[in-house]
Design a protein around this ligand. Structure first.
Ligand code: NAD
Ligand code: MG
Length: 411
């Protein structure tokens, strides 16, 4: 008997990969390359790394490749003229939506970082595509109206974020990722590695450099999420993500520090059962789980060696040193457009920190001040209003940054 889902007439999943040149994109393509009988790439999209895109085109031969940066797309097109390829190159933000709606693709892997990834995800949801979601920022910006589009179109939304994928695996399948609370669940507990500054004394956080912040002890990821892990805003964004995916109120979502990153999250049930998903920290596991769902496929991941595992530790997060986590809970409780504002402020603050314009500890200050400037802002109710609020919050955050003294990273 075949367990292959009935919506696969050709027997293959046909993918559009948004964020193809990034860390999640690379892990996804590792799985795709292991299973050519199951997966085929129809389209790639990325920002401006045309050299990497060229390598991907030659290897996977998609029908379309998008670079949102026009100049980079021209360079790619010029380069490909001399090679034998049938790939059509598209440019600009609109082209992201074009490849998210392609009739040839049934599955969208959403792995663009930040607000830039939201419009094509909305397009994919409207077209009822199966969405494998890495881009948590999109859900933080989108919230209720986005989940309404998901439900209205019977869109299957599968989380790639390792914690949410773990929760998805621990919930009854019928309730998972539909935005409604599963029967009998008391709470969900997200694990957090604590990032590179877990044990750094508070007085040293001020002098932390972008290089320090991006040196994550467990995960090798893109720069934005690495900085978010260092501030623990990543966990804050994940609390908001969990709220929308699993229909849990903020009071029933907990965070626990687990530096080894072996337990990827827990679901606690009313009857006293606590279910967890464990695995070697490798994003290929959640990606393979979601790509093959409801089947299971090899992912090239080293299995756990339980007998050699010495220590699995858990502790409460230090909210004094990592205020961004509480800002995220606060924004989720405040409701309205607060999480949209928080995400925009954070994207601007992280970019400024990476550009060495502000200190590490300024990130939470910019986030707090921007949130305060938008007290009681109403919730966006569609893509346009969400993007308008995002832009407004970015301007306010940029003004706050302009008033901050430039950091001195030399001492
Ligand atoms: P990354 O920086 O390595 O890659 C980002 C990708 O997005 C690149 O392909 C880049 O070209 C593309 N991109 C960025 N801006 C774009 C734009 N304006 N238009 C088109 N493409 C654009 O980041 P990553 O670590 O792969 O993370 C991607 C997303 O996945 C983020 O939302 C992150 O929070 C989430 N995520 C990542 C991990 C991880 O382990 N890396 C884990 C969980 C969730
Ligand atoms: Mg995560």
């Amino acid at each position: 008997m075949s367990l292959r889902p009935p919506d696969l007439p050709s027997g293959k999943r046909r993918l559009t990969l948004l964020g193809a040149t990034g860390s999640i994109g690379t892990s996804t393509l590792d799985i795709v390359a292991r299973h050519p009988d199951r997966f085929e790439v129809v389209a790639f999209a990325a920002h401006k790394n045309w050299q990497k895109m060229m390598v991907l085109i030659e290897r996977f031969r998609p029908k379309f490749a998008v670079l949102s940066d026009h100049a980079a797309a021209r360079l790619l097109e010029n380069e490909l003229k001399h090679r034998k390829t049938t790939t059509t190159i598209l440019a600009g933000d609109d082209a992201l939506a074009t490849v998210a709606a392609l009739p040839e693709a049934d599955t969208i892997v959403a792995a663009i970082t930040g607000a830039a990834g939201l419009p094509p995800i909305v397009t994919a949801a409207r077209h009822g595509k199966r969405i494998l979601l890495a881009n948590k920022e999109a859900l933080v910006i989108g919230g209720a109206w986005f989940m309404n589009i998901v439900r209205a179109n019977n869109t299957v939304l599968l989380p790639l974020d390792s914690e949410h994928n773990a929760i998805f695996q621990c919930l009854p399948p019928v309730d998972a990722a539909r935005g409604t609370r599963a029967h009998g669940v008391r709470k969900i507990i997200l694990t957090a590695s604590g990032g590179p500054f877990l044990n750094l004394p508070s007085e040293k956080l001020n002098g932390a450099t972008p290089e320090d912040a991006c040196a994550h002890p467990v995960w090798k990821m893109g720069q934005k999420i690495s900085v978010d892990s260092a501030t623990m805003m990543n966990k804050g964004l994940e609390v908001i993500e969990a709220h929308w995916l699993f229909g849990m109120p903020p009071g029933d979502i907990e965070v626990v520090i687990h530096p080894q990153s072996i337990v990827h999250s827990f679901v606690e049930y009313e009857d006293g059962s606590t279910l967890a998903q464990l695995g070697t920290p490798d994003m290929r596991t959640p990606i393979a789980q979601a790509l093959a769902f409801p089947e299971r496929i090899p992912a090239g991941v080293t299995p756990l060696d339980l007998a050699r595992m010495r220590d699995l530790s858990f502790s409460a997060p230090d909210i004094e040193r990592f205020p961004c986590l509480m800002l995220a809970y606060g924004a989720l409780r405040a409701g309205g457009g607060a999480t949209t504002v928080l995400n925009a402020a954070n994207e601007v603050a992280v970019a400024a920190f990476l550009a060495r314009q502000i200190r590490f500890t300024d990130i939470s200050a910019v986030n707090r001040q921007t949130l305060a400037a938008f007290a009681n802002v109403s919730a966006p109710n569609d893509l346009d209003s969400a993007l308008a609020l995002d832009q407004k919050a970015r301007r306010v955050a940029s003004e706050r940054i302009a008033h901050l003294p430039a950091p001195d990273f030399s001492s």
